[in-house]
Design a binder for this molecule. Structure first.
Ligand SMILES: Cc1ncc(COP(=O)(O)O)c(C=O)c1O
Length: 356
């Protein structure tokens, strides 16, 4: 009755919530550094717009989301016809699979990367080809060689969980060297400022995926968008469900895009903190790898990871154990940059566990 692939797919494991850890260990004052969120609540103007919009939830949203698309058009420098919206970047990634994949089509995924690409492709009964990266560097030649007869290539820049940016010239080589659709996930774009979105009109096969969950701190409201040529955007618009974004989310996203200097200031603090946290982690004898995003990938020695993570939970610190993610060999944690005091709590918890 159900699709066979559901028998082998493991459910996506999201980061632990504060409530879960609080209840399990009977503790308070928990810091959540496991889901690459923005640690700050939105600015007042965004909260006010959310409250205002809640008065009108008896009405459906504007079916074409013209206001938000216009705002994103100003933000990205692209036209409204090059933009499609989704309920988070997650929905856009699913829609990309929906418009591109038939059963048994080949999808190429350099690893390690965001595990949802494989998950969503499998749900479309695609066949997966992972490309192992040396030193986490995505090289065009290897991707193009693996992509013969492929329908779709997923790339992530900056990459989750490595924090690495894919060099622009490598991206262009891949896009030009394949007939497959190339989806470049730029969920963390604002933390590094490097993008390939300026090229979407030039290529037939490029789609850029963005999120408002990270830099713009709207993870709970679910807003993402795709940037691509007119033909691909029309396909996405055709395939999406009507009213896929709530009117509250649309209003909040518009308000957030009017607060650029506020979010830029937070970004600067996060980048400063990333420097500090990386330095402190390395001082503890662990290995935090250079990152262009709001998180750090940390290599740990061969210890009992389950015990280590439990130890951090007990100290009231939630991080993500990414050990075992395809393409990662060895023990690794992914740690989101929090507020100053949260990061200091993380460091003292790590110090305590390292000296046990
Ligand atoms: C690389 C990447 N893409 C997409 C997403 C999903 O983002 P959204 O909250 O916009 O669905 C995430 C979330 O962690 C991510 O890390």
């Amino acid at each position: 009755m159900l699709k066979g692939v559901l028998e082998i797919l493991q459910p996506y494991e999201a980061g632990k919530t504060i409530e879960e850890i609080s209840e399990r260990y009977n503790i308070n004052n928990i810091v959540k550094l496991g889901s690459n969120e923005n640690p700050y609540s939105p600015p007042k103007s965004v909260v006010e717009e959310i409250a205002k919009a809640s008065n009108f939830v008896n009405r459906y949203p504007d079916p074409s989301y013209t206001k938000l698309k216009k705002k994103l058009s100003e933000y990205t420098g692209l036209s409204v016809e090059n933009i499609s919206l989704g309920s988070g970047a997650g929905e856009i990634l699913d829609s990309v699979c929906k418009i591109a994949l038939n059963p048994l089509d080949k999808v190429v995924i350099p690893v390690p990367t965001y595990t949802m690409y494989a998950f969503l492709s499998m749900l479309r009964d695609a066949s997966l080809q992972f490309v192992e990266t040396l030193d986490f560097e995505v090289r065009a030649g290897e991707v193009i060689d693996s992509a013969k007869d492929a329908k779709l290539i997923f790339l992530c820049s900056p990459n989750n969980p490595t924090g690495r940016v894919i060099e622009r010239k490598e991206l262009i080589k891949i896009i030009e060297g394949t007939d497959a659709l190339v989806a470049v996930d730029e969920a963390y774009y604002e933390f590094c400022g490097e993008t390939i979105a300026d090229k979407v009109k030039e290529y037939e096969n490029l789609i850029v995926v963005r999120s408002m969950s990270k830099f713009f701190g709207l993870a709970g409201l679910r807003v993402g968008y795709a940037l691509s040529n007119k033909k691909i955007i029309e396909a996405l618009e055709k395939a999406r469900l009507p009213f896929n974004i709530s009117s509250i989310a649309e209003s909040a996203a518009i308000a957030a895009l009017e607060e650029m200097s506020w979010f830029e200031k937070i970004k600067e603090e996060i980048l400063e903190e990333r420097k500090f946290v990386m330095h402190e982690i390395n001082k503890l004898g662990l290995n935090a790898l250079p990152s262009e995003a709001n998180f750090l990938l940390v290599r740990l020695p061969s210890i009992d990871m389950q015990k280590f993570i439990e130890g951090l939970y007990r100290e009231g610190v939630i991080v993500r154990n990414v050990t075992g993610v395809q393409g990662l060999k060895g023990n690794y944690l992914r740690i989101t940059m929090g507020k100053k005091e949260e990061n200091r709590k993380l460091i003292s918890a790590l110090r305590k566990l390292m000296t046990l």
